[in-house]
Design a protein around this ligand. Structure first.
Ligand code: HEM
Length: 171
């Protein structure tokens, strides 16, 4: 299946400044390259999935340990070990996600699921900040730790599903 996208139209007098700027980004040479190059979109999409694998692959065991799975290694050690991988994965997913967005800003801006996904990502980042700041972890009450890890366990797989579904939900 050809995963390159045909740009869609979003116009009219009600465009906000941010929307107009984002639509303008879709007219740049970089956006044109993402849309039209033979392997560009495929390569970026592959890196997006790699970022997701790193992020979710590191976040899930971390959250499970914070929820009380296993007695060792110590929670702080698990966080220290996995946090850099989760952050690298998130950075890769955000950068490549922004490039994928460039392929069709009008289409994504007209898709509520895209905003839902961005909202979930923001929620996930806030909860990750709370959970993974090693200094904070031992200071959190048990209830707070369980709530933050539980939220994270819900949010990141939901982002993953929302991202996958974007391909099937039109604007
Ligand atoms: C600001 C960050 C992000 C942006 C702007 C973004 C944007 C996008 C875009 C535009 C697509 C292409 C959708 C399509 O096929 O039409 C996509 C695909 C996808 N995204 Fe993201 N994304 C971001 C972060 C994430 C994160 C953190 C996850 C998972 C935890 C994720 C999961 C996915 C998945 C699973 C796909 C489908 C990949 C495939 O199977 O082809 N995204 N994303």
């Amino acid at each position: 299946m050809d995963r390159r996208r045909a740009p869609r139209a979003l116009s009219g007098p009600h465009l906000t400044l941010v929307e107009a700027l984002l639509l303008g980004l879709g007219e740049t040479a970089l956006a044109e390259w993402v849309r039209l190059s033979r392997w560009g979109y495929a390569a970026i999409n592959t890196l997006h999935v790699l970022g997701i694998a790193l992020l979710v692959g590191a976040i899930l065991p971390m959250d499970l340990r914070l929820l009380g799975c296993r007695r060792s290694p110590a929670r702080a050690d698990v966080v220290r070990l996995l946090r850099p991988w989760a952050m690298t994965g998130l950075a890769l997913a955000v950068i490549t996600g922004a490039l994928l967005f460039l392929a069709d800003p009008a289409g994504y801006l007209a898709t509520p699921l895209f905003f839902f996904k961005l909202g979930l990502i923001a929620l996930g980042i806030v909860s990750a900040l709370v959970v993974t700041l090693t200094a904070v972890i031992e200071g959190l009450s048990r209830g707070q730790r369980l709530a933050a890890a539980g939220l994270s366990l819900l949010v990141w797989p939901s982002v993953l599903v929302a991202g996958r579904m974007l391909a099937y939900v039109g604007g």
